[in-house]
Design a protein around this ligand. Sequence first.
Ligand SMILES: Cc1cc2nc3c(=O)[nH]c(=O)nc-3n(C[C@H](O)[C@H](O)[C@H](O)COP(=O)(O)OP(=O)(O)OC[C@H]3O[C@@H](n4cnc5c(N)ncnc54)[C@H](O)[C@@H]3O)c2cc1C
Length: 397
Amino acid sequence: MNLANNILRVDIAIIGGGIAGLWMLSRLRKRGYSALLIESEALGTGQTISSQGIIHGGVKYSLQGRVTESAKLISEMPAIWRRCLSGEGEIDLRGSLLVEHQYLLATRSPRSWLAGFLASTLMRDKVEKLAVAGAKEYPPALRQAAFRGSVYRLDEPIVDVASVLGAFAERHREAIVLCEGPAVPSGDGAITLRYPKQPMLAIRPSCTIFAAGGGNSAVPWAPLQQRPLHMVLVRGLGLPGPMYGHFVGTRDVPRLTITTHCDANGHLLWYLGGELAETGVKRDRQEQIRAARRELTTLLPWVDWAHTQFATFTVKRAEARQDNGSRPVGPSVIRDGRTLVVWPTKLALAPLLAEQVEQMLRMLDLRPKPADLRILEDWPRPAVATYPWDKEDVQWS
Ligand SMILES: Cc1cc2nc3c(=O)[nH]c(=O)nc-3n(C[C@H](O)[C@H](O)[C@H](O)COP(=O)(O)OP(=O)(O)OC[C@H]3O[C@@H](n4cnc5c(N)ncnc54)[C@H](O)[C@@H]3O)c2cc1C
């Protein structure tokens, strides 16, 4: 790598610092590549900071009663993340675990074959049925005589995504920079790094990787699809303790997915996704709050929801475009020469995406070269994005 006339030559420039960009940065630096990640806002802005943090193992993608391609691809992810969460994996994520398991909750037997399928050999090491109704392993909200359904414990941890982003940022601080406005390569492949009061710097990478989520739309040859969600937040007196799980409905998407988080003031809140959020894109804020109240009252009728407050926001999932507009089966890597455009498709799949990118770089015969990033010593670094519930403009009703 050369430093001359404010030019920085690196093996790889990564555009975008969500989970995809950060995991790749970590993996590729470990392999000896000189890599630089360029972020125009805060790390994880957009999807990663809005995610529910579930490290899926595939059960959600098997709700039609067979193990799908998606389920197979994602099945190794909990083990990979767990190694990191215990400090033994490729990145030290100790301190980022929210809970060890989430649950699958069936209020009645919505589909008679489901219980049999979940008990099958295919699912045996992923799912454990909790036999004693109301036992203390049950989520607090379900420790009720009135709850007549079944509870399955899934081998799927949930992470605190801000803490995950922070762990990468701390470990790779010298290789992560903030730029003013979206980073876009010029015709000759150079990326001009700009920031107020900093001398301009031309980054000349041998390979550029767009990992910018919705920002990948800047690359016309890599078609993108954006699938919106209308997510709901619930807080206040009456919230019946922490809850992490999918309520199974009649479709192959969970009817309601609930995770629990702490806001900046240390108050518990529930974060609602699943079918409610998918169908909610057709509802305005007030209608979506009414729909969420209805859903919670139906699923957990013994809880007094009178003193809870609700808020909603919309966010788009960014993925490689599919002919039928459905979710891609796994991560996507699209290449033109030495420019790659990537989407992990799920937070949980970031390690698999890093693996696929590493293989592609080997195929391109890109040989790792050492880096000296001292020219960036005084360059500003991006912060970690703010959780949706801690944003100043969140409107509680
Ligand atoms: C509401 C919601 C809940 C979800 N829950 C889960 C879940 O529980 N489990 C799971 O596995 N997956 C989940 N997902 C999916 C998961 O969040 C995404 O697949 C993943 O976070 C995408 O990460 P990313 O790094 O590709 O993109 P992003 O997180 O969107 O990051 C892109 C980054 O690029 C930056 N950027 C954009 N353009 C530029 C540019 N030109 N120059 C520089 N920087 C740029 C942005 O500021 C941002 O920081 C969820 C998604 C949503 C929306």
